[in-house]
Design a protein around this ligand. Structure first.
Ligand code: NAD
Length: 253
């Protein structure tokens, strides 16, 4: 442990799996107290027991990030248990490949709720505690689909593009308020996680995705988590409103 986040309290959503879980591991290794949030209670229990092996300061909170009352209760719990919050990582998300014709209104709304409403709600309700920190940081998980469009992911693309610009508004409002909170977005490309495993296991899908990825391989959760760690740390103290692409070169073309 090199202590890049020592004395910081961090809440990470979607922390039971994939990029969120790897981010929780990296944060804990760097000395943070980690609050793991996810709606997958079983996954959270496993993640918490893994983190607790190196200290019992961490906490797991099972809740649905699309619900406002859930966020209010979660932040109240953080305040009463730790009295502070320094980092919020809005990472929970989900997407399906569907053409516009195939997308139902319910699917559209559910996709925007998980990927975008959650970021608004987390930001709104965590900001007062983050501002008290004096050096708060928000890292929002967007996607390369928030930078460039592709077919068959209209709801997801709209949501992730929304995250990109909502992050900038957050950064500007916090800067104007002089509350010390920075906000940045991360834009992964094709990363191997439980979310993508089934699709990438199909040889034709893997071939197609890797054919437009200059580094010619899928990204690993650790390669995204390390970028989140940097943005959340004081090393990124002059970065706010930025968008960091981690996509093996896809959007460079
Ligand atoms: P994942 O499925 O492995 O993990 C996502 C986690 O979010 C799960 O544990 C899930 O239970 C949780 N979650 C989903 N909806 C929730 C809700 N309503 N309330 C609480 N928790 C909820 O996925 P991942 O690949 O690690 O993705 C993490 C983030 O990265 C997502 O925002 C995703 O859109 C983004 N992303 C992933 C990729 C990729 O290739 N894997 C690429 C670009 C962006």
């Amino acid at each position: 442990m090199s202590g890049r986040l020592s004395d910081k309290v961090a809440l990470i959503t979607g922390a039971a799996s994939g990029i969120g879980l790897e981010t929780a591991r990296r944060f804990a290794q760097e000395g943070a107290t980690v609050i793991l949030a996810d709606r997958n209670a079983a996954g959270l229990t496993a993640a918490l027991s893994e983190l607790q092996a190196s200290g019992d300061r961490h906490l797991a909170m099972a809740f649905d990030v699309t619900g406002e009352s859930e966020w209010v209760a979660a932040i109240e719990q953080v305040r009463s248990r730790y009295g502070r919050l320094d980092i919020l990582v809005n990472n929970a998300g989900f997407g399906r490949f569907r053409s516009i014709a195939e997308t139902t209104l319910d699917e559209w709304r559910a996709t925007l709720a998980v990927n975008l409403d959650s970021v608004f709600l987390g930001t709104k309700h965590a900001l007062p505690l983050l501002a008290e920190s004096g050096r708060g940081a928000i890292v929002n998980m967007s996607s390369m689909r928030g930078m460039v469009a592709g077919p068959t992911s209209g709801a997801y693309t709209a949501a992730k593009a929304g995250v990109r610009y909502f992050t900038k508004v957050t950064a500007l409002e916090c800067a104007a308020a002089r509350n010390g909170v920075r906000a940045n977005s991360v834009h992964p490309g094709h990363v191997e996680t439980p979310l993508t495993a089934a699709a990438y296991a199909k040889p034709e899908v893997a071939k197609e995705f890797l054919s437009h990825t200059p580094l010619a391989r899928f990204g690993q959760p650790r390669e995204i988590a390390d970028v989140v760690l940097f943005l959340a740390s004081d090393e990124a103290s002059y970065m706010t409103g930025s968008e960091v692409v981690v996509d093996g070169g896809v959007t460079a073309q």
